[in-house]
Design a protein around this ligand. Structure first.
Ligand code: F6P
Length: 341
């Protein structure tokens, strides 16, 4: 009997459990596959730490946030290497891996696949920055959560006649900022793809304030402040060697207060955006991706990831999938910027 190993790696994301459920149900019903889940991503593969995933283990999972398997940012290529992964899979009788992950995870999966290990990828990131798929599950939930939080900042801002700054996630791209900012009617949206002088932000804030509004600024954590070459990153690197972001809104708080004289408060939404139950949209997309991954395994389409194109699920080779980030195009930013100030 074919035995597939599921793992979730990198940052978690609402919808992962729906992927697991979709894969296990489709795999057992349609193909008679057996499933096991590795605990904490590649750490579980290297430590041979896995749990059986019969059909009963995935009951009611689609509405549950997080991942029942746990996740980590363990990089298999640095922490054990290709042969350690191969040895582990063969000793556990796991024929192939379904890796649910973002850009870092998929890069590792590509190297394993190039070395002959059967791997399929399922893209996952709240950032929505993978170019090969129209949208990643988790993004819709993150935008919804951020919008609800920003709406709340709005009412307290109005009571106090303050400028409120909401900082949202997005390591390489400003999608969450653009969408939650537009949805909440922000007076300025700041994203990494577009440089904006702080004086211009101050002008937008003042203009909203003069109309009797409580100015609202939505900033992506990776926004590059004036005079800097890279995003604000005071917390070093993660295990994939990427800067840990967060805190730019606190710098802006000081600068805007000094430039405008308006009392200003910054809030970093942080991991609240990654937690909680997925939206219906994300549940459906994630379930379909899990099922499509199993179909891909049955068809032997190893070395690919499933991707959404329009309403269809397709397979894209790891190489092509990892080639380009999906950043916010200039016309999308300009479209939103008409409403600033
Ligand atoms: O890539 C998803 C993401 O949530 C980014 O938006 C954020 O910069 C990063 O992960 C945070 O990672 P961690 O959970 O390791 O702090």
């Amino acid at each position: 009997m074919t035995r597939l190993g599921l793992l979730t790696s990198g940052g978690d994301c609402p919808g992962i459990n729906a992927v697991i459920r979709g894969a296990v149900l489709k795999g057992t019903i349609a193909y008679g596959y057996e499933f096991a889940g590795f605990r904490d991503g590649w750490r579980g593969v290297l430590d041979r730490d896995l749990v059986p995933l019969p059909r009963t283990a995935v009951r009611g999972l689609s509405r549950l946030g997080g991942t029942i398997l746990g996740t980590s940012r363990t990089n298999p290529l640095m922490d054990g290497g290709i042969e350690a992964v191969r040895g582990s899979l063969s000793s556990l009788g796991v024929d192939a891996l379904l890796a649910i992950g973002g850009e870092g995870t998929l890069a590792a999966a590509q190297e394993l696949s190039d070395a002959g290990i059967k791997v399929l990828g399922i893209p996952k990131t709240i950032d929505n920055d993978l170019d090969a798929t129209d949208v990643t599950f988790g993004f819709d939930t993150a935008v919804q959560t951020a919008t609800e939080a920003i709406d709340r900042l709005r009412t307290t801002g109005e009571s106090h006649h303050r400028c409120m700054i909401a900082e949202v996630m997005g390591r390489n791209a400003g999608w969450i900022a653009l969408h939650s900012g537009m949805a909440s009617g922000a007076h300025a949206i700041l994203i990494p793809e577009h440089r904006v002088p702080t004086l211009q932000v101050a002008r937008w804030v003042e203009s909203a304030h003069h109309r009797g509004r409580a100015p609202l600024v939505v900033v992506a954590e990776a926004f590059v402040p004036e005079g800097q070459q890279a995003p604000y990153s005071p917390r070093g690197l993660d295990t994939f060697g990427r800067p840990r972001l967060g805190g730019i809104s606190l710098l802006l708080e000081q600068e805007l207060k000094e430039l405008t004289g308006i009392e200003t408060r910054a809030t970093v939404l942080g991991h609240i955006q990654r937690g909680g139950a997925p939206t219906a949209f994300d549940r459906v997309l994630a379930t379909r991706m899990g099922m499509a991954a199993v179909d891909s395994a049955a068809a032997g389409r190893w070395g690919t990831m499933v991707a959404l194109r329009g309403t269809s699920l397709v397979n894209v080779g790891f190489q092509a999938a990892l080639g380009r980030l999906k950043t916010v195009p200039e016309d999308r930013y300009r479209e939103a910027a008409v409403l600033f100030g």
